[in-house]
Design a protein around this ligand. Structure first.
Ligand code: SAH
Length: 257
């Protein structure tokens, strides 16, 4: 007796954006609303999961720095197993799947197993935070380069960030809260001015968003004094300073006179 294997389902790696459900792409929203199986990480806002239809199966594979419910290879195996059993899987990830989202590994695992995979981009936290805080990451006057880096403990000292921050440049650090002290020390040791502006954007695009400002030297104190919690981004560079509304108004008035 021969058994026929089911046609594999498809895996969609879907970016859920930084929180606000209105920032989902239409494609992401459609996939979430039609999915039978959603595998999501902890950063996905409950308001987005609430779009799933009744009866959809929601599987959380939330990770945190200290506690892993599922290791990455187990998540890869779960996606592949479900798809090979013939189910379509919406793998919903915070922000964009390919910015510090391990989407690359999940896509590889699918391809290796012969599972069709498609990637749906999302608004990455840096892009959402910049818009919500009205903090342009590039600006004709002050920044023509922007870099995204990961500030996790692992390998922080081995990472070479020299040249990524400073005059005319914006550095956005994901996952940098826990290591903010080491980050400030590292950048100052690399020659960055301790006075350069820093902004911390917590819960970007969500109702409880906070934007806190300091100098680079003051970053660790800012994080502890305000009890900043994850998820938060650290933005370093001139664009992170207080908006210069008064200065700009004076310039505009001068130009008019
Ligand atoms: N793929 C995601 C990033 C995942 S790494 C993206 O493209 O945005 C997780 C880190 O992203 C968090 O530690 C935090 O630094 C940042 N982050 C995610 N959502 C955020 C939010 N709403 N506000 C501030 N930072 C956020």
């Amino acid at each position: 007796m021969s058994t026929t294997l089911p046609t594999p389902g498809k895996v969609w790696l879907v970016g859920a954006g930084p929180g606000d459900p209105d920032l989902l792409t239409l494609r992401a929203a459609r996939l979430v609303m039609n999915a039978r199986l959603i595998v999501h990480d902890g950063l996905v806002d409950p308001a987005i999961l609430a779009l799933a239809r009744p009866g959809a199966q929601l599987v959380s594979v939330a990770k945190s720095r200290s506690r892993h419910t599922l290791q990455q290879d187990e998540i890869n195996a779960l996606l592949v197993r479900e798809a090979l059993a013939g189910r379509d899987v919406v793998r919903l990830k915070g922000g964009d799947p390919f910015i510090f989202g391990r989407g690359g590994e999940e896509a590889e695992a699918c391809r290796v197993a012969g599972v069709p995979v498609e990637v749906v981009p999302g608004i990455s936290a840096a892009i959402g935070a910049a818009a919500a805080a009205q903090m342009p990451l590039t600006h004709r006057r002050s920044a023509s380069v922007v870099s995204f880096v990961a500030g996790q403990c692992k390998g922080l000292s081995e990472q070479d960030w020299s040249g990524l921050a400073g005059k005319g440049r914006t550095l956005v650090i994901y996952m940098g809260l826990a290591t903010s002290e080491a980050i400030a020390e590292k950048l100052i040791a690399d020659g960055l001015s301790p006075e350069i502006p820093v902004a911390v954007v917590e819960n970007a695009t969500r109702p409880d968003m906070r934007v806190l400002r300091a100098s680079l030297a003051g970053l660790p104190t800012l994080v502890t004094a305000h009890r900043v919690k994850s998820p938060a981004l650290i933005v370093i560079g001139e664009v992170a300073g207080e908006p210069e509304t008064d200065e700009l108004r004076a310039l505009a008035l001068e130009a008019l006179s």
